[in-house]
Design a protein around this ligand. Sequence first.
Ligand code: NDP
Ligand code: 2IT
Length: 451
Amino acid sequence: MAVSDHVDFNTFMEGVKRRNPHQPEFTQAVQEVAEDIFDFMEDKEAYHSQQILRRISEPDRVVSFRVCWEDDAGNIRVQRGWRVQNNNAIGPYKGGLRFHPSVNESVLKFLAFEQTFKNALTGLPMGGGKGGSNFNPKGKSDREVMRFCQSFMTELYRHIGADVDVPAGDIGVGGREIGYMFGQYKRITNHFTGVLTGKGMEYGGSMIRPEATGYGAVYFMQEMLKHRGDEVKGKTAVISGSGNVATHAAEKITQLGGKVVTMSDSGGFIHDPDGISQEKIDWIKAHKTHRRGRISEYADEFKGATFHEGKRPWHVKCDLALPCATQNELDEAEARALVANGCIAVAEGANMPTTLAGTHVFKHAKIMFAPGKAANAGGVAVSGLEMSQNSERRSWKEEELQQMLLDIMQGIHGRCIAYGDQGDGYVDYVKGANIAGFKKVADAMLAFGVV
Ligand code: NDP
Ligand code: 2IT
């Protein structure tokens, strides 16, 4: 008798948890997708007989390796590196690298799983992957970061390639780190190819890639509001994080006439009731990127602003919320506080920043809620455009890329509506994104047979 995949939701999730012990972030991400996919699959026999959900929630491979490097004091340091190649049904593995002490296999498996559906949603031919290390770049000298990146790439290079797997940045990995890693890849292989994205403009990077994730998240927010006959202009926004995604989200909200009143880092959040203007955003960018400072110093620099140590910004009254720091940074109680304070829309710039219970609060309250795999897809989308430019050996103009990013975000919004419109004026964007992303990958897998 054939093994049936007609198991119920609870049995499926028990299996996922049993096979992935001590991996709460990964099982959380699978559950969030499975909650929507079970209903959708109900009458689709091929998905069951071909065990698609079971196969899609098992990474193609997880590579784990040792990374040794020497610090400035001459000590030998040992870190762990990973690349999770989750699924390449619709294109080469694609997804960022994260350097943060909290990185482990569970975190990277969740990120690679999410990336698979996100990349499908962009409409571009990219599979899903993610990688990184528990290396902490904070407090390290440039030379130390360089030596770490070179050592990391000395192992990673054999697993990646322009048509195989194309990493990029994520938390703790920006232009500096991509430069060091690209230099080492080129030195080892002698190949100048589009093997990484987020590169510098001098050596094959794409215009607007640094801005793309934050801008894209605000474009998605704008589309949700437009769908309800509303706009960003005049709205107050609360943003967490102060890195690449958060600062560019703040910039676009400000450009569209909204007012951003908070930003944060792992030390706490700043509240500036006057609004964080472009000039102040530029200060934050320079402070965090070049001076590698802390957000707390914003309150010393700008009058009227206050710093709230160890706190998150979700209790500040707002119309719009954009969590742009990290996973599980907005819990059930904070989701309730946002709804109670009149927040009408949330767009996730980070990956899975809202806990599962928090997402249920937003869904129940029927506020506009865009999950990361839809709202933050602008970054990887422009990475996909960087790959195309590298293959063509040319660079597209900034205006062309700005328009393409907007078109892609509008396309993703449309795909979410197609599967998430509940018919009563409410759009379940989580459901829409999950089904649209899943369907494309699943149908490609069906075409390949059992592989
Ligand atoms: P950055 O490293 O540029 O910035 C990260 C920000 O988040 C910093 O302000 C950092 O504060 C804060 N942060 C990180 N970890 C924690 C934590 N454990 N608790 C509280 N705050 C924390 O990263 P990005 O802006 O690139 O990434 C932010 C989020 O966006 C991540 O979830 C990432 O996966 C997601 N994302 C990024 C994309 C990109 O293109 N870069 C694309 C799509 C999603 P501190 O300085 O104190 O560490
Ligand atoms: O989470 C993400 O989408 C990213 N960190 C960007 C990935 C990429 O390949 O540009």
